[in-house]
Write a protein that binds this ligand. Structure first.
Ligand code: ADP
Ligand code: PHD
Length: 422
């Protein structure tokens, strides 16, 4: 029997009606049973849902934002379906549920749990529209709720996968459906042991594709993007980029660690552990080969630029005349771990530790409050972390015109700059 294939379509590939039609065209000659189609929320829907939560928290009126979001989906459906199609009542129902959920007060204490319940609607709605449209044009597929097989813990917004349980669910429940039909499901969402909705971290749908692939012993994963594949820099930010035809798992993982947002950073590891190849292909040119990521066994040495935006530099200085030692670093890292904050860059001096972390709601405040009795803490927001992998020269000043460099660090294989627009 042929192995399961996983296709993942992100927000850009379902951002409007013609994008959904394009997705269906890609699937026309490729869709078959034993295939899972993982879908993200349409366009910028997750941001719009985050905005609803923000307004609700400030006790401001959400009705106009909610109407805009509903109309956005409605317009897409009007273009895809006949007026009497059941999708319209389903859409009404989803938005009724969403508005009902947003009646409850949202506070700092229940924010994370509400966040997951609210933002999940993006993926639930988009996957429903995609499945109904595929059926409408004769590409029969079934819709499955990812929360029935993606099992996580209760770390809302950054839920960790229960791999054993997820595998069991997939093997027991999903495989038998896949034996008969292709399945359309949601990226990004899961459920905790109490059945409460969880999410896997922003942009987590690529990770869902990898989780399903390993849990179903799939043959391959293909993520469909608005770029030809993995390039040696983000083409939206840099000119003259080069496409990688092939990449080793390790090199791709390294790029995602530094912030190459084309693939979610958690995606590569499970695939590498199971030896499942990952294809990154263009939904605009589906016949083109794209990039194949697998056990290539060698690094591609072309210089690669990775830019991470919305970064915060936090500097911890000792309060007495001691020096920075293991104990202080341990204290800081313990707190970062408790807050689930990842360090993107670290520099120590005799009396201070400087770290770069992602900008995240409430987290900086929590970090500062928890350590302010032990250190003098200073921070700078709105920074960028620029990394050059496999640098072929020493002088990168042409990369940073109009920027003030706050920190710089280099090894034989990487050069990094923490910078701020002047
Ligand atoms: N090294 C890179 N190669 C290709 N694209 C990159 C790279 N780094 C960042 N990107 C960006 O990643 C985007 C695609 O990823 P993303 O927007 O997350 O897709 P989706 O949300 O549709 O899954 C591209 O439009 C591009 O701007
Ligand atoms: N919709 C979620 C999950 C996701 O992965 O989206 P995308 O595949 O469009 O990056 C987000 O925007 O975070």
């Amino acid at each position: 029997m042929t192995k399961t294939q996983i296709f993942k379509f992100g927000g850009a590939s379902v951002k409007d009606a013609s994008a959904v039609k394009n997705l269906a065209e890609i699937l026309r000659n490729r869709l078959r049973k034993n295939m899972v189609i993982v879908v993200s929320a349409m366009g910028k829907t997750t941001n719009a849902l985050e905005k609803l939560l923000e307004l609700r928290m400030k006790e401001e009126d959400i009705s106009s934002n909610s109407t805009i979001l509903k109309n956005y989906h409605l317009e897409i459906c009007k273009d895809l379906f006949p007026a009497d199609h059941t999708i319209f009542s389903k859409l009404d129902n989803y938005f009724l549920q969403l508005e009902k959920l947003l009646v409850n007060p949202i506070t700092k204490d229940n924010y994370d749990e509400y966040y997951d319940r609210v933002v999940a609607f993006g993926e639930l709605i988009s996957s429903r529209i995609v499945m109904e449209y595929l059926c409408e044009i004769g590409l029969v597929s079934v819709w499955q709720d990812a929360r029935e097989f993606i099992s996580t813990n209760s770390d809302f917004r950054f839920a960790k996968i229960n791999w054993e349980k997820t595998r069991l669910n997939c093997q027991k429940n999903l495989k038998s459906i896949l034996d008969q039909f292709p399945v359309v499901t949601q990226g990004f969402i899961g459920a905790d042991p109490q059945g409460r909705t969880t999410t896997l971290g922003r942009e987590g749908s690529d990770f869902t594709a990898a989780i399903l692939a390993t849990s179903l012993d799939a043959g391959s994963v293909t993520i469909w993007k608005d770029v030809p594949g993995v390039l040696n820099a983000d083409p939206k930010l840099f000119e003259d980029t080069q496409l990688f035809d092939e990449l080793d798992y390790q090199q791709a993982a390294q790029m995602t660690f530094y912030g190459a947002s084309v693939i979610h950073p958690k995606t590569i590891k499970p695939l590498a552990n199971s030896g499942i190849p990952l294809f990154v292909k263009s939904f605009l040119k589906p016949e083109a080969a794209g990039t194949k990521i697998f056990q290539l066994g060698k690094q591609n040495p072309i210089p690669t630029i990775v830019l991470k935006q919305n970064q915060i530099l936090v500097t911890f200085r000792v309060t007495d005349f001691t020096f920075i030692e293991e104990e202080q670093i341990h204290t800081i890292y313990e707190q970062l771990n408790a807050l689930k904050l990842r360090v993107n860059f670290l520099q120590t001096s005799a009396i201070s530790v400087s770290i770069i972390i992602d900008q995240q709601l409430f987290k900086l405040e929590q970090l500062v409050n928890s350590l302010k009795n032990k250190f003098i803490i200073r921070y700078n927001e709105g920074l960028e972390l620029l990394t050059v992998l496999h640098p072929d020269r020493k002088d990168f000043s042409d990369l940073n015109p109009g920027y003030e460099i706050l920190l710089e660090q280099s090894t034989r294989n990487t050069v990094q700059f923490v910078r701020r627009k002047e």
